[in-house]
Design a binder for this molecule. Structure first.
Ligand code: MTE
Ligand code: MO
Length: 354
């Protein structure tokens, strides 16, 4: 793993490790933490469902598993800081990790639909947001605060949002949220709260630092250290994005046929419709083949074999989605003080020598 920080533990897999497989093994899946990883006793752990509900619930893991139908789906998680490194080359972003495109991984998740749990609790019509609370305390919030966030009721009652206890058919590893985490497919990874302890229905979004202050797009000249709750644009669904996974930037290759592969991913209710690769900085484009996705919430790998002549080559990639939208060309157009949601064209440079 490429480790950005040890405490808290933040690491992304090498891109070549993401290239091979549609499902990322748990020990290869990126880790994004804002505090230390809690060690919860699964026997003592309880989930509380409260707020604007008619019947507040307190459930053990066994009760949760026994009370609701089990669901498994494949979902990609993508951190809002994915590809921040591409912003930092435009303009520095002090205090934030320089994530490459590896802050994106895909697993199969097993749990219950949050929608079923909220229905059993009797979600009231005035509820507009569902907040998630976890016990891991972060120092990043100024005054230390446990991690949390929220999603809209529309998303929370969509069947794909899971409370998951298993990842790739095995018990959820501690680092990825055991005993239970939220999995919010199609939304930024920050909303898939790990070590989940409390689900609260409320009229307003969570006032947790990581919902109200962080994970928001501030104007380019704003000072992120002075951001107040509600400043900037709150992030929810993931922007259309892609990455070149092989060859790697700076690789030395032999001239001749080379397979270029990567991932493309469109959040929420959009899907990847086409994948373009350019060998001339975007003047002309070839279409890559898209692997079939593992369901509507998974990334798609893509591949194309091109003939690279001797010399330097620049490979550029961009995706299109089912709404006809494509990615912006230049990271500078998207640069923001916290470095979120870089979905500009991806580029790698390689040199071909016999
Ligand atoms: N409790 C808790 N949940 C959390 C976080 C955290 O620090 N604490 N990080 C969030 C962020 S920003 C991301 S991108 C995903 C990463 O999940 P992973 O570490 O399993 O890849 O978890 C989210 N859930
Ligand atoms: Mo994230």
């Amino acid at each position: 793993m490429v480790v950005h920080t040890v405490r808290p533990y933040n690491a992304e897999p090498p891109l070549s490790a993401l290239a091979g497989e549609a499902i990322t093994p748990a020990d290869t899946f990126y880790s994004r933490n804002h505090g230390s990883i809690p060690d919860l006793d699964p026997a003592a752990w309880r989930l509380t469902v409260d707020g604007l509900v008619d019947r507040p619930l307190t459930l053990s893991l066994d009760e949760l598993r026994a009370s609701f139908p089990e669901r498994t789906l494949v979902a990609t998680l993508q951190c809002a800081g994915n590809r921040r490194a591409g912003f930092i080359t435009v303009r520095d972003i002090p205090g934030e990790d320089p994530w490459g495109p590896g802050a994106t991984s895909t697993a199969s998740w097993t749990g219950v639909s949050l929608a079923d749990v909220l229905a059993a609790a009797g979600l009231r019509p005035e509820a507009a947001h569902v907040a998630f609370a976890a016990p891991d305390v972060s120092e990043l919030s100024g005054p230390a605060e446990p991690y949390g966030g929220s999603i809209t009721v529309a998303k929370a009652t969509a069947r794909e949002v899971l409370l998951a206890w298993a990842m790739n058919g095995r018990p959820l590893p501690r680092a990825h949220g055991a005993p239970l985490r939220a999995v919010v497919p199609g939304w930024i990874g920050a909303r898939s709260v790990k070590w989940l302890q409390r689900v609260t229905a409320q009229t307003e979004p969570s006032c947790n630092y990581f919902q109200a202050v962080a994970y928001r797009i501030l104007p380019p000249e704003a000072d992120p250290d002075r951001a107040k709750p509600g400043d900037g644009i709150s992030l929810a669904s993931v922007a259309l994005n892609c990455a070149i996974l092989r060859p790697g930037d700076g690789d030395r290759l032999h001239p001749g046929p080379v397979e270029i592969t990567g991932y493309a991913y469109a959040g929420d209710d959009r899907a990847v419709a086409r994948m373009d690769v350019s060998l001339d900085e975007g003047r002309t484009w070839l279409q890559a083949g898209l692997d079939p996705p593992d369901g509507p919430w998974a990334w798609q790998h893509w591949r194309i074999t091109v003939d690279l002549p001797e010399g330097e080559a620049a490979i550029t990639a961009r995706a299109w989605d089912t709404t006809g939208a494509t990615q912006p060309e230049y990271a500078g157009h998207l640069w923001n003080p916290k470095g979120y949601a870089n979905n500009s064209w991806d580029r790698v440079a390689v040199s071909c020598r016999p």
